[in-house]
Design a protein around this ligand. Sequence first.
Ligand code: FPP
Ligand code: MG
Length: 284
Amino acid sequence: MSSWVNENCVSFLHLFCIKVVKTGRVPQHIAFIMDGNRRYAKKHKVVCGVGHHRGFNKLSETLKWCLDLGIPEVTVYAFSIENFKRSEQEVKELMDLAREKFRSLLNEIEQINEWGVRLHIAGRLSLLPKDLQATVSRVMLETRHNNKLRLNIAYAYTARDEISRAASQLVKGVKENELSVDDIDADLISQTLELGEPDLLVRTSGEVRLSDFMLWQISKRTVLYFTEVLWPEFSIWNLLAAILHFQRHAPEIEDDPPIVQRQQDFLEKIETKRWQDLEKLVGC
Ligand code: FPP
Ligand code: MG
């Protein structure tokens, strides 16, 4: 069994219910604010690190459910830039957990490729310890050809930081004459951001804030779903309830906006540069 995709969490009843839900429209991109790990730890009288480990296990179960539902893109908020302000010990535990899980993913790469899961770690990677930067870069490079499910892990991420990084890239594009000021429109900004627009955002643990997550992307068409359940206790029934909520509230499907050649060239150039930067980081 892969530690990233938990195969043992789907019964026949689940498969039947998944089939029923799939007769309606299924979101093509779900984002999760995985909140409540520490309250879970407190409730179950275990240390906070155990809460985060159980949070990771829940992520791997959720991935399996999403694969069975045929959802091609999942984004999770795993570590915000604000989280660096937590105690030194908790930050270290979270970094160690990430190290352990990304390394085990590289050891299980054949299984991951079989599942067709492509990983993207979105955030300001330069804030991470050097060895972790190299590991997550390898993870992205080694899964880049998979196309069944794209898993975006927002790590050292905030939406305002993501928007600032996109703004810097656009200014650089104008300075280097790849773009004119008039080329900068809302669609180009959307495409310059690291993360795309989710159809459904789920936040667990009863908090009803966005906490600087995907602010630009969810401002237009995303359906929001807040649930009281703590992330490590999130079940397939909670996920199916969120999807039913989406089916009741989803807006009409819209065509992708047109894009002009110069904008296309700019986007291709920043994408190529991103892969080159990752290759350099692997060598660190
Ligand atoms: C929020 O709960 C959760 C986090 C800050 C960490 C989430 C991380 C994981 C689920 C593991 C992911 C690991 C990898 C390798 C991707 P909280 O700590 O804010 O809990 P609280 O709201 O009860 O205080
Ligand atoms: Mg929290």
